[in-house]
Write a protein that binds this ligand. Sequence first.
Ligand code: AMP
Ligand code: TRP
Length: 330
Amino acid sequence: MPKGNLFSGIQPSGRLHIGNYVGAMRNMIALQDDYQCIYGIVDYHAMTVPFKPEEMETRIFNCAVDYLAAGIDPNKSILMLQSTVSEHTELAWILNTITPISWLMRVPTFKEKRQQNPDYVNMGLLDYPVLMAADIILYKSVIVPVGEDQLPHLELTREIVRKFNAYFGETFPEPKEYLGKVTKILGLDGVNKMSKSLDNCIYLDEDEETIWKKLSTAVTDTNRKRRTDPGNPELCNIYTMHLAFSKEEDIDYCARECRSAGFGCLDCKKILLQNLYATLKPIQERQKELRNKPDYIYEVLRSGTIRAKRIARSTMEEVYEKLGIKKFHQ
Ligand code: AMP
Ligand code: TRP
């Protein structure tokens, strides 16, 4: 018996990077045996920033391929495209009516995106966390596997749940975050979060040579100016990547050699490359296979829509009952 439902989502905003994999995907895969998982390609969220409609289909397709190649099993989990289950926006509207604007104005991602795209500050951007709350509670999720950057959104989801339950009666559980041992990977710049929009990523589908080019110039502990200076692994993003991808013995070895200036950063990066690529190679092989099976991918998504809608509809019936308008929804 599953321990409950869970929803998590990834935006189809390009190729997935190793931050997505470590922060979210790996836990999504691990939770498949214990929960009824619903995994969304959240296209409505991706529309809150400027996008090209002619690229959307490919982005969604690639996102589905990445989910499956990384290890999401459609026999266990539901893989769906958010905009094909209209209950997401249906519930979001209702949640909108109980969410104070002041709560949304203080969300860190809103403030960031507003700075990044000052000419594109739309209602959807402000409302983004409400739609995310709807995604999560539509399936009465009890936990949500995400990276660290999503924690403010989850806190807001819980606040919305509390308010709904207080106004209309106990309906939704309060979802908890489910974090992995590495919750945030920085970009190659070593300063900002690894993020598609900042062009500082290592992508899941990159070959060894490309990854090496990126790794070899990636920023490490900036206090280690010379090869002979001892470094501090705790201040180094390459070490964080080791924690996420490397064998225990390699992690210990690299930490020791770094602290004692026993080796240079390039030696450390070479060991990381081997471990990282050992994880990526089988994923890339499956990506190649799946890209040649578009019919299969579309079928997985179609069936995901049907299965997700069944759960979503039943939640909405309960919501309309709580709101006093059930009679009109039968
Ligand atoms: P997004 O690509 O923004 O749709 O993110 C999808 C998932 O990946 C979310 O759970 C994020 O928290 C997670 N994620 C994105 N970037 C990173 C990162 N640099 N480190 C860890 N997790 C991340
Ligand atoms: N906001 C998430 C991100 O950018 C994507 C997302 C949308 C999500 N809905 C969700 C994550 C529901 C978890 C649960 O990464």
